[in-house]
Design a protein around this ligand. Structure first.
Ligand code: MRU
Length: 353
């Protein structure tokens, strides 16, 4: 099996970020090296690296790259550059809160040392913080897998939407961690992967990584999920999330809301698997979650072929919000949040900012 490491840092303070270029999958497995913060910004924007947790890890390393240009500068110059670089990276994509969470951690690390430590020490501490974010993400995947696997007892078929697997994280995913763990524990599972229009993360990435890891998977068009449920081929749905509000409303890849409605109509449990870094307790409910609008060409000229009339009006939100009432449980690294409501979330995430 290929080394499916989504991203890694090579070297020390003057190192670089290496990541799998997910836009080239499944046709080509290519790793690219980012040596500048601009390259990391572009990689996030164009989805070479994508998935909420992986975006956070990439951004943390992006900060380290952005500071390399002021190596040798004094403390105030370093901190001014840090402000600039974090603001720049924050403008790459708006919905996944893990991006802002990781950038905040980097800023807090520097703030704690400002005026007390040399610029070199601050730079070293920032690389250590990025590495810690990376390592915690690995641990998080394993913990989500452990907490979620028991929910799949007796399940034969599970449906997922978009890619919340290894490619979206530093290890083996959130939603797919639950699948991988259940299979490691001896369960036989069949995954139904929605292709996930318009950018086909389900077809290009989820189907690919499940296949690479030897898990049974059947790819379906998004429009087939209803019939797959009616035919009783799936007994559970698991997706990831990009931002979860204080009441449990969860933003995830466009189409997730529809899948949740279908699951409710068929009496199938709908689980969201996401780390605590995906919660945004400053937002009361899903109404306030910023939804990324993407280029109309992703719909009219997907993968280079024109499939709609020139100049046609297009609406292309990249995410939608599934209301908490449709979510059976949220699986995070601390355990299973059930029922999904403000009180349960506060009880599990009490100490989060
Ligand atoms: O636009 P993308 O590919 O970044 O969207 C990704 C998703 O919606 C994932 O489901 C989500 O980030 C969770 S990843 C563990």
């Amino acid at each position: 099996m290929k080394n499916l490491e989504t991203l890694h840092w090579k070297g020390e303070e003057s190192g670089r970020l290496v990541l799998i270029d997910q836009t080239r999958l499944p046709g080509e497995f290519v790793e690219i090296e980012c040596r500048t913060v601009e390259q990391v910004w572009e990689a996030i924007k164009t989805l070479r690296v994508r998935g909420a947790p992986a975006i956070g890890v990439a951004a943390a390393y992006g900060v380290c790259l952005g500071l390399q240009t002021v190596a040798g500068a004094d403390g105030p110059a370093l901190l001014a550059q840090l402000d600039e670089v974090t603001a720049y990276l924050a403008a790459s994509r708006p919905t996944a809160v893990n991006l802002f969470w990781a950038l905040d951690r980097m800023k807090r690390t520097a703030a704690a040392l400002a005026g007390r430590a040399s610029p070199d020490r601050i730079t070293a501490a920032l690389l250590a913080e990025a590495r810690a974010i990376h390592e915690e993400d690995r641990q998080m995947c394993r913990a989500i897998g452990r907490h979620g696997a028991p929910l799949l007892k007796g399940v034969e078929g599970v449906l997922t939407h978009c890619n919340a697997g290894g490619l979206a994280t530093a290890d083996y995913g959130t939603a797919l961690a639950v699948v991988y763990t259940a299979v490691e524990q001896g369960q036989t599972l069949h995954v139904w992967a929605d292709e996930t229009r318009p950018l086909l993360q389900g077809a290009r990435l989820t189907a690919w990584e499940l296949h690479e890891r030897g898990i049974d998977v059947t790819l379906i068009c998004d429009s087939m999920a209803a019939v797959v449920m009616r035919e009783r081929r799936v007994q559970a749905v698991i997706t990831g999330a990009d931002r979860i509000a204080a009441n449990g409303d969860a933003a995830n890849k466009i189409g997730t809301y529809g899948v949740a409605l279908l699951a409710a109509a068929h009496g199938i449990p709908f689980y969201v698997a996401a780390p605590t870094s995906t919660f945004d307790l400053s937002i009361a409910d899903g109404e306030a979650i910023p939804i990324e609008q993407r280029d109309p060409a992703e719909i009219t000229h997907g993968f280079g072929r024109q499939t709609a009339p020139e100049g046609i009006g297009v609406y292309n939100p990249a995410f939608d919000v599934t209301p908490a009432r449709l979510i059976t449980a949220i699986i995070c690294e601390r355990g299973v949040i059930r029922p999904v409501d403000r009180e349960q979330i506060a009880a599990v995430l009490g100490d989060e900012p």
